[in-house]
Structure formats: C-alpha cells, structure tokens
Design a protein around this ligand. Structure first.
Ligand SMILES: [Zn+2]
Length: 454
C-alpha cells in the first residue's frame, strides 16, 4: 500500500510547503498555497533500461576528445523557428512554447512536425487524431515522418516512445499531462513539475529533443509554476493580438543562443506563413501623405526591421492630458515629450499624445527615438513627412541626437527597401560610405525640425 501524502504548493512560484500557511515563504505572496495529493507509486516513470536502443551513455571525455560536430542541431525546415532557437533544435533539449490559448501554438508545431525530416511523435492531449488529421490535411497531408498520438499519461507516452523511437517529441500541452507518480489532477503544479521532470530525464538520457506547449494564464505567466520556466532549456513565446494577422515568436530564455531574435508569421487559411521580409508588412502601403507617421530603422537581434511609428497629437479635451502607447515604452514617450518641451520649445504639456507601432509588435530599441519625435512633431504641425525618409538615432536628455549601434546595417535595410534618405546622428562614423541612399546627419532636435519642416 502506497502511503498517501499531501503537500502544499504555491501557485505563484511553485515552492513546496509541508503545511498550509497564509503567505508563501519563498515569494511572499498571500493566499497562493494549494493542497495537492502526492502518492508515491512503484510505477517508475521513464525507465531507460526498457529502451536500450534509445539510451545514449555518456562517459567523461578529455576536452580534446569532444567532437564539436556531435552538437549538430536539428533543422526544422522553418527558418523563423530555427533562427529564434539559435540555428535549430539542440539534441536532448527541452523547449517550452508559451502563448495565450487560440494564438496558434498547436498550428505552428503541427505544421513544423509535418514538414520535419525526422521521425516525430506529436502527442496531443487536447484534440483527437481525427481533428488533427483534418488540420493536417490543410498543411501537408503526405507527411510520413510524423506520428500522432492522443494520450495524456506519461507512462503510456513513454511506452509508445520505446516502440517508435522518435527523433523529436512534441507535447501538446504540458497542462494535459498526468503521471501515475502523482495523485493530483492534470494542470496542477505538482503534475506539471513531475511530468516535466520525467520528460527532461528522457530527453537528456536519449538526446531526443522535446518541445512542450504551455498555455498562458490571464496574468500573462505560463500556467504552472515559474519553476517550469527554470526547468526547461528554452522558453519561446508566441504572441500577437488575436485580431492581428501576424504572430511574433521570440525567445525569453535560451540556453543555446541569444534571446534577441524574432520570428514573424502570417496567419493564413492553411497555416502560418513565414514572413521572410518583415519590413514590408510593418510599413503601411498608404499612398496618401498623412501627418503623424515616421519610419524607423530598428534591429531585432541580428535582423534589421523597418517599422512605422504613428503619433496623434491633439488638444486635451479634459483637464489631464492623456499619454497612451501601443508597442512602445510609455516612460520613454514621456521623456521624449519632456525633451521636446524643454529643449526645443514645443508646448506639448496640454496636448493628448497617442503613439502606436503598426503591425501589433512591440519594440524596445533606443534608435526609435528620432522617428518617434519626428512622428509627434509631424502630427503636432500637421505636416506630413515624405514617405521616403527613414530615421535611426537616439535622443538624449539635452536634446542631442545620439549615435546608434550597427548603423550601417540599418542604412542598408533602408536602402534595400527603396528609401531615398535616412536621418542619423552626426556622431555616427562609418569607415566607408558607399551607400546610394542619402545620409542626412543631424546633431540636435532643431536640425531635425529645420530639415523636415524647413
Ligand atoms: Zn511562492
């Protein structure tokens, strides 16, 4: 007879407590402890002895004996995902794909599974095999490498893994998994933690990469403890307004690469299309000359992106002027407004200012400053900025226009997309200037004002 034991888990941080108490010892949150039944059964989870073919033994090696090629990454045939991961999936790694329900996580991973050149096991606890087949038919019905399993018990999943010996395992989703080892229901903290631990053991012992889907709660954190994020090697976030056509994939944590890269997809009837030239979609194709828009040359990771900033400046109807931003740091906007007021004499204190980055993405790059300022001034003066001018510079507190990193890459992207000029800081130096695009150098806000509005 197994001994029944209960423990209290903090729903916020996942800390374990032996008795109930009002406040979590670990994260100091109140009323977050929930009782969960733990039953130790003798039914051992992942047992590598049962699958000797899958087991890859490791022994100590001299540094000179380690072959670098052993760390070959698995290419997914999906360039956006490969780039965000840092060049493909690392063998034996655990990747968590988080995002709000309905954003398209399953669509993305099913699509990737169906196009892989590796034997793939797609485990779904959310949909039946028939439902998945219906979705697969719209993507790649001829895939013969992808196996679909509808199962939620980890013990049964591992049995199937032993038979199939897949090269990649995908779990949709971690919240539906259940192990015999723990009594509490699926989706509870102890279940999520234990199932993830079993999968990690499997992944590390067999060098098989595992990708988990994790739903995000209303509060914006991945349902289940933060512990889950600490356990896995890579945390990817799939975001974008559900009403927007575009989806952004970014890494919040990456043990094998940078977290700066960004993947962009377009939601279409037959799945997600990779957007290989994102600058084109982020700039509206409006031929009219409208005031209040400016184009910034920004960088996301290694990739340059041209994005459109829209500003609306109007007299405040009510007493307190409103400041509102979408996709841009509100504190940064307030700072730029203060600089415009103090250093350039624009009276914006009594105006409402709304700022928006088009395409539903959010960008945090100081090189946006100049385009933000230009968009605000353009709206305030009601004079349109010519569509073929772009901007890449930071604004300092003294109203000076500051240089930005990797400016040549930004200039090249602007040139590639047919802009006729780009405004940068006079302090930006480049060794050789063989650009066709006109480079307008400015050193303070007044220079920008006279350049744009004469
Ligand atoms: Zn806690």
């Amino acid at each position: 007879m197994a001994k029944i034991k209960t423990l209290y888990y903090c729903q916020n941080c996942g800390a374990q407590h032996s008795k109930w108490q009002g406040q979590c010892n670990s994260c100091r949150e109140w009323n977050t402890l929930v009782e969960e039944v733990i039953q130790k059964s003798d039914n051992k989870p992942w047992n590598s002895e049962a699958a000797p073919n899958l087991k890859r033994t490791t022994k100590p090696l001299r540094i000179s004996e380690i072959e670098v090629s052993k760390e070959e990454r698995l290419k997914t045939n999906n360039h956006e995902l490969d780039r965000v991961l840092g060049g493909g999936i690392v063998p034996g790694s655990l990747t968590l794909l988080g995002g709000e329900p309905g954003i398209g996580k399953s669509t993305l991973l099913l699509q990737i599974s169906l196009n892989l050149n590796y034997r793939t096991l797609y485990v779904s606890g959310e949909e039946s095999q028939q439902q998945i087949k219906m979705r697969a038919q719209r993507i790649n019905p001829d895939s013969d490498k992808c196996f679909i399993l509808t199962e939620t018990k980890t013990q049964n999943i591992f049995q199937q893994i032993e038979k199939l010996e897949p090269e990649i395992v995908i779990i949709d989703s971690i919240q539906t998994l259940q192990t015999d080892y723990i009594e509490s229901g699926p989706g509870s903290i102890s279940q999520i933690r234990e199932c993830t631990a079993e999968l990690i053991k499997f992944a590390k012992e067999t060098a098989t990469p595992v990708i988990l889907i994790g739903h995000i709660t209303k509060e914006g954190s991945i349902a289940g403890p933060k512990v889950l994020e600490h356990m896995v090697d890579t945390v990817l976030q799939f975001e974008g307004d559900r009403n927007h056509v575009y989806r952004i994939l970014r890494a919040h944590k990456n043990r094998f690469g940078s977290t700066n890269e960004l993947g962009i997809y377009e939601m279409q009837g037959n799945g997600l299309r990779e957007v290989s030239n994102p600058s084109e979609i982020l700039i509206s194709k409006n031929d009219e000359d409208l005031s209040g828009t400016a184009i910034a040359a920004t960088l996301e990771g290694m990739r340059p992106l041209m994005i459109e900033i829209q500003a609306l400046v109007s007299s405040a109807v009510y007493g307190t002027p409103q400041r509102s931003t979408t996709g841009y740091n509100a504190k940064r906007l307030n700072m730029l407004l203060a600089v415009l007021e103090k250093r350039a004499g624009f009276k914006l204190g009594a105006k409402d200012v709304f700022l928006n980055i088009t395409g539903g993405i959010s960008v945090d790059d100081p090189a946006l400053d100049l385009a933000v300022v230009a968009a605000i001034l353009s709206s305030n003066e009601d004079i349109a900025i010519p569509k073929d001018i772009s901007f890449a510079a930071e604004i300092g507190l003294a109203g000076e226009v500051r240089p930005v990193t990797r400016v040549e890459q930004r200039i090249l992207e602007a040139e590639k997309l047919g802009f006729s000029s780009i405004v940068v800081s006079a302090q930006n130096k480049f060794p050789k200037n063989n650009f066709e695009i006109k480079i307008q150098k400015v050193s303070k806000i007044e220079d920008v004002v006279s350049y744009l509005f004469g």
